[in-house]
Design a protein around this ligand. Structure first.
Ligand SMILES: O=C(O)COP(=O)(O)O
Ligand SMILES: [Mg+2]
Length: 221
C-alpha cells in the first residue's frame, strides 16, 4: 500500500536512450547480422535512429535499409539476439548522473520500475552488469506481454507490480512511445530527450538533464 504514502511516487523508467546508451552495442550486433548477409555496416547514428520499437523492429529496419526486406525475419531476429548477447555491455553505459540520481530517488522513498521495448533477457543482463538492478522492483521488457509501448499495458503492469496505481505514477522516457503509452495509461509523462529515434512532441514535463529529476518529481502536483 505504498501508493497511499504522501509524496511517494511510482516512477517507471524507459531504458534505451533514458538510463543507458546502448546504441554502440546494438550497432555491433546489427552490423554483425548484416555482415553475415554480405552487406556493409550501417553507421552507428543510423542504427541509433532505428532503436525504440524493440529488437524485432530494429532488425526489420536494418534489413530494409540494406535491401534485405525479403529476408526471413524471425530467423534474423534470433541470430541478432544471439549476436547481441555476445556484446551486450562492451560499450553500453549508464548516462551521467543516472546511478546517483536513482539513489536519491530511492532514498526519497519512491518506488522504481522499468518499462522498455528491449526484450526482457538482455534488459536484465544489462541492468545487472551496470549494477543498476538493485533499484528496480519491477521490470517489463518488450516481450514480457503481448503488446509493447506505445500500448499502455506494459506501463500499467510495471506500476501494478510495484503496488502502485496510474494516478500516482510517472513515466520517464526519451521518445514518443514513452509519452504515448503514458497518455494512454493516464500516467504523468516526463520527457528527457535523446538522440535515439522517434522523438516526442510534448509531455507533461520536459527536462534537459537526468539529474533534474528529483527536484522535478518533488514539485509535481
Ligand atoms: O527498442 C528498444 O530496443 C528499446 O527501447 P526503449 O528502452 O527505449 O523502450
Ligand atoms: Mg528509449
Amino acid at each position: 500500500m505504498t501508493d497511499r504514502i504522501p509524496g511517494v511516487r511510482h516512477l517507471i523508467f524507459d531504458l534505451d536512450g533514458t538510463l543507458v546508451d546502448s546504441a554502440p552495442d546494438l550497432a555491433t550486433a546489427l552490423n554483425g547480422l548484416l555482415a553475415e548477409f554480405g552487406k556493409p555496416a550501417l553507421a552507428e547514428s543510423t542504427v541509433r535512429s532505428m532503436v525504440g520499437d524493440g529488437a524485432g523492429v530494429l532488425v526489420q529496419r536494418g534489413l530494409a535499409a540494406s535491401g534485405l526486406a525479403d529476408a526471413d525475419q524471425p530467423a534474423a531476429l534470433k541470430r541478432f539476439l544471439a549476436l547481441y548477447r555476445d556484446c551486450l555491455i562492451d560499450r553500453t553505459r549508464a548516462y551521467p548522473d543516472v546511478e546517483a540520481t536513482l539513489e536519491r530517488l530511492q532514498e526519497a522513498g519512491h518506488k522504481l520500475g522499468i518499462c522498455t521495448n528491449k526484450p526482457y533477457d538482455p534488459t536484465l543482463r544489462i541492468l545487472a552488469a551496470l549494477k543498476l538492478d538493485r533499484f528496480f522492483g519491477s521490470v517489463i521488457g518488450g516481450d514480457s506481454l503481448p503488446k509493447r509501448k506505445p500500448d499502455p499495458e506494459p506501463l500499467l503492469a510495471a506500476i501494478e507490480r510495484l503496488g502502485g496505481s496510474a494516478a500516482n505514477a510517472v513515466m520517464i522516457g526519451d521518445s514518443a512511445n514513452d509519452v504515448l503509452c503514458a497518455r494512454a495509461a493516464a500516467v504523468t509523462a516526463v520527457l528527457i530527450p535523446s538522440d535515439y529515434g522517434n522523438p516526442a512532441e510534448d509531455a507533461d514535463l520536459k527536462l534537459a538533464r537526468f539529474a533534474e529529476l528529483p527536484a522535478a518529481i518533488a514539485r509535481l502536483p
